[in-house]
Design a protein. Structure first.
Ligand SMILES: [Zn+2]
Ligand SMILES: [Zn+2]
Length: 289
């Protein structure tokens, strides 16, 4: 059946073997047109048409089916100028729809994030304080309470007696003399002494001394800042957490002083802090072992 070229309105014979290279069809709108009206050379038209022919022969399908298959292959397809315009617009629309889809995904993931944050906040509100953490705090408070009447004395020579009772009374006398040397106070009551760690010959173990109350402890700790008993030294009986905190504070202090500052660590209301060296002379420095 003869068709009409949609450019010039004259007849084309797309399947004619007589003029095989002259007519082509648009792969998109399927309208026929002359190759010259399409602005392509007869050779190009011949290539496009011969693909259909070869494909249909090889695959044993009709020329029309071959044309459909070929039109899906970008390298071999032909589109008229109006279809090209449509395709360009379509591809722009496609780009825009991709952008919209990406934005929708971003929006959804933002919504998800907000929801998960909301859930976390609600969870936190539902359980005000972690039970485990609370237990740790209570344990720490009790530990500090137990230690507040103690001091630790380092480098105090160990009594040599082999009898336990004698050794304990010697120890007590030694501690008493040491504290008396420190601040001249003869009335410090020593509740208990205990060497820390297991005995090793030639090694002076630290001795934990329990005094009657924490005010006495503070008095002793203040005195030791004014008078040195070297090589004997005295410190507060600190919990693991307190020691870790002090260690951190000392590192910070070293870094600060390396930058030319003159700071020190002092206890203020029972909490060690980094302060200017000149200030806070009334507070005991509990930081040196
Ligand atoms: Zn024409
Ligand atoms: Zn077309």
């Amino acid at each position: 059946m003869a068709s009409v070229c949609f450019i010039c309105n004259s007849e084309v014979q797309p399947n004619s073997e007589v003029q095989p290279e002259k007519e082509i069809s648009c792969d998109f709108c399927k309208r026929y047109l002359h190759s010259t009206c399409a602005g392509i050379s007869r050779q190009e038209a011949s290539v496009i048409r011969s693909k259909d022919r070869r494909l249909s022969t090889c695959a044993g399908i009709s020329r029309q089916e071959a044309s459909v298959i070929r039109s899906k292959d970008r390298r071999l397809s032909y589109n008229c100028s109006s279809c090209m315009d449509i395709k360009v617009q379509c591809s722009k629309l496609h780009d825009i729809s991709n952008i919209v889809r990406a934005l929708q995904n971003d929006l959804q993931s933002l919504k998800d994030d907000v929801q998960s944050l909301k859930n976390k906040v609600l969870d936190k509100a539902a359980v005000p304080v972690d039970d485990h953490f609370m237990e740790q705090v209570i344990e720490e408070i009790n530990d500090r309470k137990e230690r507040e009447c103690n001091i630790i004395i380092y480098n105090l020579s160990e009594p040599s007696s082999s009898a336990r009772t004698e050794r304990l009374s010697d120890e007590r006398a030694l501690v008493s003399t040491t504290l008396q040397n420190l601040n001249g106070d003869c009335n410090i009551e020593i509740v208990k002494t205990l060497r820390l760690g297991s005995f090793r010959p030639g090694v002076c173990r630290p001795v934990k001394v329990t005094l009657s109350n924490k005010e006495v402890v503070l008095r002793v700790l203040r005195s030791k800042n004014k008078k040195s008993l070297a090589p004997v030294s005295i410190s507060a009986d600190l919990t693991v957490k307190q020691r870790e905190y002090l260690k951190k504070l000392r590192t910070e202090l070293r870094e600060i002083n390396e930058q030319g500052h003159n700071k020190t660590i002092r206890y203020i209301n029972g909490v060690p802090r980094i302060v200017d060296s000149k200030n806070h002379l009334r507070h005991p420095d509990l930081t040196t072992a």
